[in-house]
Design a binder for this molecule. Structure first.
Ligand code: COA
Length: 466
């Protein structure tokens, strides 16, 4: 059993401080665990209760008549050390310490004692000062955040609690599927590098996203060397807060970690193969693309559009993001020309014009999928009366599925500009394996990062072979 198995795949969980009162943190964690469908054993621990949410409660962890892999600690700070000792004597493997009031408020001594005591019993500590942990393959929502996390293959590690909880709700709304959510808090023991290392081996995680504020003093070089290995296995996307001087100072006082010079972080992250996103929207845009799409086999990219303006915006974005637009030779242009009126353009962007219906899109996209010299496809759509967005979405999904049956898989991102029916069509695409975005720039940005990561892997592998 790996050290962090108890954190992601516990066979049983005790909740120390499982309150009887709805709305209190310990109560809500227990409720989330039960209602999200955790199938393993759950033991509320509360000396003042007999039963909570219909489950027998125990006065102390030691009185639980079963092995306990994970204990969630949700009692006030002054009671935490006693709870840790109780867990240690029981043989608990990992502690998820929700409680605040440690190094983040200058109480370093208590935090040091917490870790020291835990280690004395061979236990690891996540936190303190966290909202918990989610692992969707086990239907484990051990947090006091939103409950109905959509399962998927994106892992999300966050150093900010409130932002993390808020983003949990946002991912539900945006239908972003997650494998894991890990609140890091003060990182007194288990840190971002260790969690990333574990998730690099997790078959249910395809891409790792991290909201990072700063690293503990002295942990920078280990972080980078671990990340260098992780990024060889899976893409890692980081939003590093505290880019500005004032932001860095705010980050330092938030989690008590060193923010460091942003330029140094930036260069180091690049070297380690980490993809740095500017904000959380971009991070999840990219993550969705990695979760759904194969990696590019080359850099030749075509844009297929029904609107010249959208095509121009995407072309500008391609230049900004370093996406190489393929110049189709005459024979390829001839193929595209079949699906457009005489005033269309078979160059790149391939402009099917406002007359395009789902059928023309389907045919042009199929040409691009089956053309070996084209590696990546960006489809743009502006809502017109002659092209129903849902019909278009279905046509695109069919084209991709048919190609897949012939063993052809290429990354394809889509931008759809329009109103409510367009939003529905985008949801359909996202649910069916094609990432769709509301503006061209985001579709290009998502494609660019796939290309960048594939390029990085190729370079590193070439260097290693030398
Ligand atoms: N073992 C187990 N349960 C105990 C206990 C013990 N030794 N001592 C008390 N309890 C019970 C209490 O009786 C209570 O249950 P009840 O409501 O049924 O009576 C429950 O544990 C919780 O204790 P309580 O004293 O009411 O604490 P609380 O729920 O008000 O606060 C924390 C506890 C951990 C939530 C709070 O101290 C805290 O740190 N809050 C901040 C958490 C946070 O924001 N984390 C970061 C997020 S990003």
């Amino acid at each position: 059993m790996k050290t962090l198995d108890a954190l992601f795949n516990p066979r049983s969980i005790a909740i120390v401080g499982a309150s009887r009162k709805p709305g209190k943190i310990g109560h809500e964690i227990l409720r989330n665990l039960i209602e999200y469908g955790f199938s393993k054993k759950v033991y509320p621990v509360n000396p003042n209760a007999q039963e909570i949410l219909g489950i027998k409660s125990y006065p102390i962890v030691k009185s639980i008549p079963d092995e306990v892999d994970m204990a969630i600690i949700s009692v006030p700070a002054e009671k935490v050390l006693d709870a840790v000792k109780d867990c240690g004597e029981k043989g608990v493997k990992v502690l998820v310490v929700i409680t605040s009031g440690f190094s983040e408020v200058g109480n370093e001594e208590l935090e040091r004692k917490l870790v020291e005591l835990a280690h004395k019993y061979g236990m690891r500590v996540l936190g303190p000062n966290i909202f918990g942990v989610v692992y969707t393959p086990q239907r484990m929502n051990a947090t006091f955040g939103p409950r109905d996390i959509l399962p998927g293959s994106i892992a999300f590690i966050t150093q900010s609690g409130a932002l993390g909880i808020a983003l949990m709700g946002w991912t539900i709304l945006e239908e972003i599927g997650l494998s894991a959510i890990v609140s890091m808090g003060n990182m007194a023991d288990i840190d971002v590098a260790e969690v990333s290392e574990y998730l690099a081996d997790d078959p249910n995680t395809k891409v790792i996203t991290i909201y990072l504020e700063g690293l503990k003093p002295g942990t920078g070089s280990r972080f980078l060397s671990v990340m260098r290995k992780v990024t060889m296995r899976k893409p890692v996307i980081v939003v590093k807060a505290g880019r500005s001087e004032r932001g860095a100072a705010a980050a330092a006082s938030h989690t008590g970690s060193l923010a460091g010079s942003d330029k140094v972080y930036d260069a180091a992250m690049k070297q380690a193969g980490i993809l740095r996103a500017l904000n959380v929207e971009e991070m999840f845009d990219w993550a969705r693309a990695f979760a759904l799409l194969p990696l590019p086999k080359g850099e030749n990219t075509v844009i297929i559009t029904n609107g010249g303006g959208a095509g121009v915006m995407a072309t500008d974005a391609a230049e900004d993001y370093g996406v190489k637009l393929y110049d189709p030779p005459e024979d390829v242009k001839k193929k595209f020309r079949k699906y457009m009126p005489w005033f269309g353009s078979p160059k790149n962007p391939v402009d099917l014009t406002g007359m395009a219906t789902p059928k023309e899109y389907y045919c042009a996209v199929k040409e691009a999928l089956y053309e070996d010299r084209i590696h990546n496809i960006i489809v743009l759509y502006c809502r017109t009366a002659v092209c129903d967005p849902m019909e278009l979405a279905k046509a695109l999904v069919n084209a991709v599925r048919e190609a897949k049956r012939d063993d052809i898989e290429k990354p394809i991102t889509v931008a759809m500009i329009g109103g409510e029916d367009v939003a529905k069509a985008m949801k359909y695409l996202n649910r069916n394996g094609i990432p769709a975005y509301p503006i061209p720039e985001r579709a290009v940005s998502a494609m660019s990062v796939l290309i960048r990561y594939a390029r990085y892997l190729k370079q590193v592998r070439e260097v290693k072979n030398v």
